[in-house]
Unconditional design. Structure first.
Lengths: 217, 465
């Protein structure tokens, strides 16, 4: 009986993984996604996802599953922060799920995003400490615990940390974009209960320090 | 004559303005391009019609991004109140001649437009505007306003997008444009067609001299040309303009045949621009121009033409972040007027005249809702008493449009405040101040009218759906 139960769990796990991930895109779908990326997405997100303007996040080298989850959330309008609705709802509405998966793979496979070291070195060092140590007194856990020691992000399914298994890459992301996302999560304009609990006590200075450090990575 | 309570009209419109600041839910109703892309207006516009980098990309790719709409229509309408500093005019004998404008300090519906616009195919798109102008005879002594409809700005495009398989962005955009107004096809807001001010009072007096490319051919011509935007750096365009006749006559539908500008043959137009985006910054420097032969007398083509050679330099800078946006545009237009027909017929004093215009504008927006703009404008040119006659000339029914000493010079400033409570609605307060008007600061018309008498306060509501 135990053996049968183990088999059942294994089969269910495999099926769930496949359902969550989506079918592997065909060659034609990958080609279509590439066309979308070059002709449409690059207008704001830059060549290969290395965006120029801090209004638009860099996508290159982002965790594939995170990109899939975000595009699905945008398409389903469950991600409803102002910039998502103003810019992205329309962009994603006509993409089917296979193209979404292919787009996510396209950007995940690009050379990782990179930014510049801006601001005072002391500010970046403060951000470094916050990222790796958190603020235990305010029960703010270290970002590195989930986002990786190098802020590279990770997908750790089926293991979870605080109920989540997908953690986006933050290293090299626009600092202004990171500050904005922390702010919309704090204000619950972006529905992210786990992140809200972690960042809600971050001050403006701490957000800026974290973001400046992360863009420089 | 019905007594007009001046204070109540401004109060009503101001109340509407203030009322619009009450919390209003996010608009789900979108103009046609927004419906096509599913994006909010701010994706493409700083504040309509000024374009963001993505908005320029949308236009350069032929309005083809997004889903084709089965009803590709949109509309806009404007209502406002104009108040000029001194509304008393005199006729060419110096006698009082009623009001300069017959709707001073009164709410006035300026008109509406219907747009047929958007994506036809992945390679073909259009922007076609048809306008009802409620104020086609705005100035005294007309007894009442008379409206008229006409084709407005029109731009139809076919595009070809190219990139190498290894490239990660669209590095080569090639296009064809068919349009009815030189610079309407331009994607930077430093050129006349979509340059600041984006709307003005439909009734206030305006300076009498302007270069041809600065609206002189708008909706009277048909232009066809090709352009290329290479590596998001270099834009080049070459177009030809002719009178919109024959099967293109719909492009100037509604124009007065006796007063419209009619071109001889085909006339070349060029545009080059260098662009660079970095971080939140976007910059452009460029040049544009036209060489056009305009008939002197539409009823007598044998009277010949005058040739206008316009060459212009322009620049644009945008700093776009959330919540702060700063934009700036500059243009300098240098026009050489070969008065071939006018000089021969005695309508111009000189065989050649020069007219120069420059404009510089600075805008700030907070949260894309609260905006302020300042512009300085200056037009100056050759003294030509026959071309720029005084107010006492019998051909003028009123003195206010006369020129002092044959000078075309005008200059001044525009101050503007904008509030965009929802994306479909802009409330604007605009003040235009003239340091010089039609050649003079004081007594420019010969009957005591100063330039500052034409200073204009304009409160406007602009709605688009």
């Amino acid at each position: 009986m135990i053996k049968g139960l183990a088999v059942l769990v294994a089969v269910t796990t495999v099926l769930y993984c496949e359902l969550s991930r989506g079918d592997e895109p065909t060659a034609d779908t990958k080609k279509a996604a590439s066309k979308v990326a070059v002709e449409l997405c690059s207008a704001c997100h830059g060549p290969g996802g290395q965006s120029v303007s801090p209004l638009f996040p860099r996508l290159n080298g982002q965790v594939e599953q995170y990109l899939v989850a975000q595009m699905r959330a945008i398409k389903g309008k469950t991600r409803a922060d102002p910039e998502a609705s103003e810019f992205m709802w329309g962009m994603v509405r006509s993409l089917d799920d296979s193209v979404i998966v292919a787009l996510a793979q396209y950007y995940a496979n690009q050379p990782p995003m990179h930014g510049a070291a801006t601001g005072p070195a002391a500010l970046r060092e403060e951000g470094n400490k916050l990222f790796h140590n958190g603020v235990p007194a305010n029960k703010i856990r270290a970002c590195a615990d989930c986002h990786g020691d190098n802020a590279e992000g990770q997908y750790i399914y089926p293991r979870e940390i605080e109920g989540a298994s997908i953690f986006p890459r933050l290293a090299g992301q626009h600092s202004a974009y990171l500050v904005r996302q922390i702010s919309v999560i704090q204000n619950q304009l972006r529905d992210s209960p786990i992140m809200h609990g972690i960042v809600r006590q971050l001050t403006e200075d701490q957000k800026q320090a974290l973001a400046t450090y992360l863009e420089s990575r | 004559m019905r007594a007009v309570n001046l204070k109540s009209n401004w109060a009503i419109l101001l109340a509407l303005t203030i009322g619009a600041q009450l919390p209003i839910g996010k608009a789900h109703a979108l103009p046609v391009f927004a419906r096509q892309t599913g994006q909010e207006c701010i994706a493409c516009h700083i504040s309509f019609p000024e374009l963001t980098p993505y908005g320029r990309y949308f236009k350069l790719t032929g309005y083809t991004i997004g889903q084709r709409q089965w009803v590709p229509l949109a509309m806009m309408a404007q209502e406002g109140i104009t108040s000029i500093s001194n509304n008393n005019s005199t006729d060419n004998t110096g006698a009082p001649n009623g009001s300069v404008i017959n709707r001073d300090n009164n709410p006035l519906f300026a008109g509406y437009s219907i747009f047929l616009a958007g994506k036809a195919t992945d390679f073909l798109g259009a922007f076609i505007q048809y306008t009802y102008n409620n104020v086609s005879n705005a100035q005294s002594p007309a007894a009442q306003l008379k409206g008229a409809t006409a084709t407005d700005n029109t731009d139809i495009r076919a595009v070809y997008k190219y990139y190498e398989p290894s490239e990660l962005e669209l590095n080569y955009i090639f296009g064809f444009t068919l349009n009815n107004n030189p610079t309407v096809q331009d994607v930077w807001n430093s050129t006349p067609a979509f340059g600041f001010p984006f709307t003005t009072s439909p009734v206030a007096p305006t300076p009498g001299a302007a270069t041809l490319i600065d609206g002189g051919l708008a909706q009277q011509v048909a232009g066809y040309g090709v352009y290329a935007y290479l590596k998001k750096t270099l834009y080049v365009e070459f177009s030809l303009y002719q009178t919109a006749d024959g099967m293109l006559s719909w492009m100037r539908h509604g124009q007065d045949p006796s007063s419209e500008a009619r071109l001889q043959g085909v006339n070349p137009y060029y545009r080059v621009a260098l662009t660079h985006d970095w971080g939140p910054h976007s910059a452009m420097i460029g040049a544009y121009g036209i060489n056009a032969r305009v008939y002197a007398d539409n009823n007598n083509p044998s009277a010949g033409t005058n040739r206008f050679v316009d060459n212009a330099f322009d620049a644009q800078y945008q700093y776009i972040t959330n919540p702060h946006v700063v934009t700036s545009q500059f243009t300098f237009i240098y026009e050489t007027q070969h008065q071939d027909a006018n000089f021969a017929s005695g309508a111009a004093s000189n065989p050649t005249d020069v007219l120069k215009t420059w404009k510089a504008k600075l805008t700030y927006y907070y949260q894309r809702k609260y905006g302020a703009t300042f512009q300085y404008f200056d037009t100056a040119g050759t003294i030509d008493p026959l071309l720029y006659p005084p107010g006492s000339d019998p051909s003028f029914s009123s003195s206010i449009n006369g020129f002092l000493n044959g000078s075309p010079n005008s200059r001044g400033q525009i101050y503007e405040l904008d509030f965009v409570p929802i994306q479909n609605l802009r409330l604007m307060l605009q003040y235009t101040a003239y340091n010089k008007f039609n050649g003079g600061s004081n007594n420019y018309d010969g009957f005591g009218r100063n330039a500052s008498f034409n200073n204009t306060m304009f409160l406007n509501i602009w709605f688009a759906y």
